[in-house]
Design a binder for this molecule. Structure first.
Ligand SMILES: [Zn+2]
Length: 335
């Protein structure tokens, strides 16, 4: 346990923004982690939000900004601490991981980090020291990265004691996404915090460059979800509208990955398509060879299941996740 006071100790009602230096980069600039803090007038818990852990998953940015703008600090109990870009180097490269020479380049897998490790580990250590060690609940906000992915779920850690699992599940459900997924979290910020007894979950919502309809749909879901979680933590007033939610674990999860690379023609490209029950044998999409124009692969639902991940049409590499289903007989609707 750290005993050091958080950077925001002593901050009164209002908003602050600072950058936490990590190390120098080869372009001569300082690699620094941005930290927003919104402090309410009344005492309460500290809710941490980390996002852009993966550099091509920027969908939450505009929703978090809108959510923070809408907060009335006179009514807020406690504090919200937001790392708006957890991995600036990955973000600058439009990629998932840090472009650096040494291994362990996925920030999502290196927590709590190491102040004398590689750059990715140094980033994690900075976030751990200044944010993770000072929050009462956390979300690490992910979304679909490059490649037109559609998602709408909150993941929580499968490997926790039962009482914490219930807290994680309650926090995950408060977001109000149609899916709640019990998932593996090795090395993630949420798993590290869970190891310290703190509830922490990962929303996976929306995607990159989806166009106005889908972006608007998911932005609303994210803004409402952040408000729902904040209400759940007792930090703002109001009522959360209940949403029908499907729970599934890793056993129920099935990814449909084309064996061949090519142009995926997707038959499920609308956010409303997620959560639909798809009958086994239904065609989800097909892969057209870029060179010969032949259809070289059909992608078919292997069983009756709920579509929880889909893609826009466009090029895919062999082995890429194109669709994912939660098997109906292994999933359950939550009350
Ligand atoms: Zn991610």
């Amino acid at each position: 346990m750290t005993t050091r006071e958080p950077l925001w100790a002593g901050e009164k009602e209002g908003r602050s923004f600072r950058r936490l230096d990590v190390t120098t980069m080869l372009n001569g600039a300082m690699l620094a982690i941005p930290l927003h803090v919104v402090t309410g007038r009344h005492p309460g818990p500290t809710f941490g939000i980390v996002t852009n852990t993966h550099g091509d998953e920027f969908a939450a940015t505009i929703a978090i900004r809108q959510f923070l703008d809408g907060l009335d600090t006179a009514k807020l109990k406690g504090r919200i601490a937001v790392v708006s870009v957890a991995n600036p180097m990955a973000t600058a490269g439009f990629g998932r991981q840090t472009p650096e020479q040494h291994g362990r380049t996925d920030l999502h897998e290196v927590y709590p980090g190491n102040a004398r490790g590689n750059t990715t580990q140094m980033i994690a250590a900075t976030i751990t020291e200044h944010v993770l060690h000072h929050v009462d609940a956390l979300i690490d906000f992910h979304s679909g990265g490059n490649g037109g992915r559609l998602q709408a779920r909150v993941d929580y850690n499968t490997k926790t004691p039962d009482d914490l699992k219930q807290k994680n599940l309650a926090l995950a459900r408060a977001f109000g996404a149609p899916f709640v997924h019990e998932n593996e979290f090795a090395g993630a910020a949420a798993q590290y915090l869970n190891g310290r007894g703190i509830p922490a979950v990962n929303p996976e919502v929306g995607g990159a460059y989806l166009g106005p309809h889908s972006t608007g749909y998911y932005t609303k879901m994210m803004v409402d979800g952040l408000a729902g979680m904040t209400r759940h933590l007792g930090m703002i007033e109001g009522v959360t509208k209940p949403v029908r939610q499907l729970h599934f674990d890793l056993k129920a999860r099935r990814e449909i990955r084309p064996k061949q690379s090519g142009y995926l023609v997707s038959f499920y490209e609308r956010p409303e398509d997620l959560c639909q029950l798809i009958k086994g044998g239904t065609k989800l999409g097909e892969v057209v060879d870029l060179y010969s124009y032949q259809v070289i692969e059909q992608l078919v639902a292997p069983f009756d299941g709920y579509l929880f991940f889909s893609r826009y049409s466009g090029v895919v590499g062999g082995g890429t996740q194109a669709f994912a289903l939660a098997e109906a007989t292994q999933s359950r609707w939550l009350d």
